[in-house]
Write a protein that binds this ligand. Structure first.
Ligand code: NDP
Length: 248
């Protein structure tokens, strides 16, 4: 606890599974009071229980990042029940993999609306409340697929590349208001989003071609997330930190 988050209020979107659940537990273990949000309220309630069982403070909130009314209601509720949000982890994301020639309108629209527009939408709703207070840290979860090129991921790659650019623009405008905005671009970590691929023969073969020939562990993102969330990162603004074991 070199840079504790004691009693700071955090919101993690997509906290019902995978990295978002992990980030929620991490922030709570470092003293933050954490709002955990996703569409599956039962699953975020489960994450919240894991935190309160360990003596932490957590709130489970239903949130759909593609729906402005849902975002506004969730942010208002968090402020009522926990207080002003000081840390936002914009983590909710989906994938819909398909070759370019076969990708549907729905595959394209859902991934862009969740992974890029969702970051803008939740970022704006939260930043509007951070601005009068003159402080806050926003961490947008990008991906190495945002700066590399992957077959069958046109929608996801474009959304994640957009997150890096949106992060720089948010940093430029919100930095003047005392809000830091950065992105974290993880390499591959086994979660539900990629479970089917990495369970397949094709996925297993893919890992053998990656450097360092293994997937990452969620805990290997902890240092970077804490750096960006805490005062340790007080002079870090508009940056994307890549944590991928060198697999680019
Ligand atoms: P998971 O599928 O395990 O988690 C995705 C989370 O996003 C779930 O909690 C899901 O909850 C939530 N979510 C999806 N759509 C919405 C929505 N419309 N509104 C609110 N929440 C939503 O995947 P990961 O944990 O792997 O993914 C987390 C983030 O990390 C994503 O942005 C992903 O792109 C990124 N990432 C992941 C990598 C990996 O290798 N795993 C690598 C690089 C980046 P629910 O369905 O309940 O709403």
């Amino acid at each position: 606890e070199v840079y504790p988050l004691q009693d700071r209020i955090a919101l993690v979107t997509g906290a019902s599974s995978g990295l978002g659940r992990h980030f929620g537990l991490l922030l709570a273990a470092n003293g933050a009071h954490v709002a955990l949000a996703a569409r599956s309220i039962d699953r975020v309630a489960d994450t919240a229980k894991a935190i309160t069982d360990q003596g932490g403070k957590a709130l489970a909130v239903a949130l759909d990042v593609t729906d402005r009314a849902s975002v506004d209601a969730a942010v208002a509720r968090i402020e009522d029940e926990l207080g002003p949000i000081q840390i936002l982890v914009n983590n909710a994301g989906v994938a819909a993999t398909a070759p370019f020639l076969d990708m549907t309108e729905q595959d394209w629209a859902q991934v862009l609306d969740t992974n890029l527009t969702g970051v803008w939408r939740v970022g704006q709703a939260v930043a509007r409340r951070m601005a009068p207070l003159g402080r806050g840290s926003i961490i947008n979860i990008s991906s190495i697929i945002g700066h590399g090129v992957q077959r069958q991921q046109a929608n996801y790659s474009v959304a994640k590349a957009g997150v890096a650019q949106l992060t720089r623009i948010m940093a430029l405008e919100l930095g003047e208001l005392g809000i830091r905005v950065n992105a974290l671009a993880p390499g591959y970590v086994a979660t539900e989003i990629n479970h089917d691929f990495f369970a397949s023969e094709k996925g297993k073969a893919y890992i053998t071609r990656l450097f360092p020939r293994r997937l990452g562990e969620a805990s290997e993102l902890d240092g970077a997330l804490m750096l960006l969330a805490s005062d340790a990162g007080s002079y870090i603004q508009g940056t994307t930190i890549t944590v991928d074991g060198g697999s680019l």
